[in-house]
Design a binder for this molecule. Structure first.
Ligand code: AMP
Ligand code: MG
Length: 360
C-alpha cells in the first residue's frame, strides 16, 4: 500500500492504462483490477449506469483519494457496490421490520441500477457515508463490476469524473477526466443504461396491507413507474433554509448545479424563450431531432439528437451524457436543450438537464 503522502506525488506522473475487457478476457480484467484494489489503489470500472471510480471499502487512504482525485467535497457520500446479495450484511444493519421490504426490493431490482439507503454497519467508514448513520448500497448488473466486487469488494465507487462535470459513460470519457491520476481504467464499452442509479430510502409499510414507502432521493435508471408497482413514492423532506447540514441529511450530494458541461447549457420550456445573439454559436441538444419542438426553428451550428425519429427515452438515456460531451467539445457559445417527456427514464434525464442548466 502506497502511503497517501507518497501517492500524491506519484499520481502526477502516473501512467493511466486502459485495459479493454472483451467477451473473452473480461474475467482477467476483473482479476487485474482486483489486485490493484486489494493493494489499496483506486481504479475506474465500467457499470451499466456510468463508469465508476472504485476503492475497497476497507482501504481508508484509497477512499480519501477518491475524493481528492475527483475534487469531491467530503459531505457527498459514496455508493457501496456489492457482488452478491449476501454481502449486504457486510455493510448494512437491517432490522426485522425493514427486512421484508429490503428482500422484496433486492429480489425485484437487483442486480440493477437501484441504490438503497439503509442503516449502516458501525464498521463502515465515515469517509464513505460522510458521517451519516446510513449507507447507500447497490448490486450492479454489469458483469465486470460485479465480478470485481466479488473478488475485491465491497467497493465504494462514485462516478469516474471530476466533481460537478459530465458523468462518463465510456472509458475514453474517464480518460479525459482522470488521465494521470489513476493507474487503470477497465474499458467495458458503452454503459448500457447511461444514467446513474435511482436512489431510494425504503421504510416499512405504515400499516398491515399498506404499501411500503420509498423516499426518492435521486431519480435514475430504475423508473418511478417500476418502483410504484411495489411501494408508495414520497419526496424527501424539504431542506431547512439555513444550513448545509440539511442537504447532508436528506439528499446529500444532490446539488442544484451538477452534471454540467463547460459550455453554458440552457433549458427552456418553449422555443420562444430562446433569444439568440448575433454571431454566437448555438448547439441543440434534442431527444427526437426533426420531430422536436426546436428543430428547424434556428440555424443551429450543431445538432445532437439522442434518439432520432422515434425519440425513445431509453435509447436517449444511453446517449445522454455522451452527446452532452460531444457538444461541449464543439466550441459553442451555448447549448440549448429541449425539454423532454418525464415518463420512465425521462424523469432522470430532465433531472440531470435541470442540474446542468445555468438558467434552472
Ligand atoms: P454518485 O456520485 O453518482 O456515486 O452518487 C452518490 C450519491 O448517493 C450522493 O451524491 C448522494 O446523493 C447519495 N448517497 C450516498 N450515500 C447516501 C446516504 N447515506 N444517504 C443518502 N444519500 C446517499
Ligand atoms: Mg457523479
Amino acid at each position: 500500500m502506497i502511503k497517501w503522502t507518497t501517492l500524491r506525488t506519484v499520481i502526477l506522473t502516473m501512467e493511466t492504462e486502459i485495459l479493454v475487457a472483451d467477451l473473452y478476457n473480461w474475467k482477467d480484467a476483473s482479476v487485474t483490477a482486483s489486485a490493484l484494489l486489494k493493494d489499496g489503489q483506486v481504479v475506474a470500472l465500467p457499470s451499466e449506469t456510468v463508469y465508476g471510480l472504485a476503492a475497497s471499502i476497507y482501504e481508508e487512504e484509497a477512499l480519501d483519494y477518491i475524493f481528492e482525485a475527483k475534487g469531491r467535497p467530503s459531505y457527498d457520500p459514496l455508493i457501496v457496490h456489492i457482488g452478491e446479495v449476501s454481502d449486504l450484511s457486510k455493510v448494512a444493519e437491517i432490522s426485522d421490520e425493514l427486512k421484508p421490504i429490503v428482500n422484496l426490493l433486492t429480489e425485484t431490482f437487483w442486480p440493477g441500477p437501484l441504490t438503497l439507503v439503509l442503516p449502516k454497519k458501525k464498521e463502515i467508514s465515515n469517509t464513505i457515508t460522510s458521517g451519516l448513520d446510513t449507507v447507500a448500497v447497490r448490486l450492479p448488473e454489469n458483469e465486470i463490476l460485479r465480478e470485481t466486487c466479488k473478488i475485491a469488494g465491497p467497493l465504494a465507487a462514485p462516478s469516474a469524473n471530476r466533481f460537478g462535470s459530465i458523468s462518463p459513460t465510456s472509458a475514453s470519457a474517464v480518460f479525459k477526466e482522470l488521465n494521470g491520476l489513476i493507474p487503470l481504467i477497465v474499458d467495458g464499452g458503452a454503459s448500457r443504461e447511461g444514467i446513474e442509479s435511482t436512489i431510494i430510502k425504503p421504510s416499512p409499510a405504515p400499516a398491515e396491507g399498506k404499501k411500503p414507502i420509498f423516499t426518492l432521493l435521486r431519480p435514475g435508471a430504475t423508473t418511478r413507474e417500476e418502483l410504484r408497482k411495489i411501494g408508495k413514492i414520497e419526496k424527501p423532506k424539504p431542506p431547512k433554509k439555513d444550513s448545509t447540514e440539511s442537504i447532508k441529511v436528506d439528499a446529500p450530494g444532490m446539488l442544484d448545479s451538477h452534471y454540467a458541461p463547460k459550455t453554458p447549457l440552457y433549458l427552456f420550456n418553449s422555443f420562444e424563450e430562446f433569444k439568440p445573439e448575433e454571431g454566437k454559436k448555438y448547439g441543440l441538444f434534442t431527444l427526437k431531432g426533426e420531430d422536436g419542438m426546436y428543430f428547424k426553428k434556428h440555424a443551429w451550428d450543431e445538432v445532437m439528437t439522442l434518439s432520432p425519429g422515434n425519440g425513445k427515452t431509453k435509447e436517449g438515456a444511453v446517449r445522454f451524457f455522451w452527446a452532452m460531451r460531444q457538444l461541449d467539445e464543439k466550441g459553442l457559445d451555448a447549448i440549448i436543450a429541449e425539454p423532454m417527456n418525464t415518463a420512465n427514464i425521462g424523469e432522470a434525464m430532465m433531472d440531470r438537464l435541470r442540474r446542468a442548466a445555468v438558467n434552472c
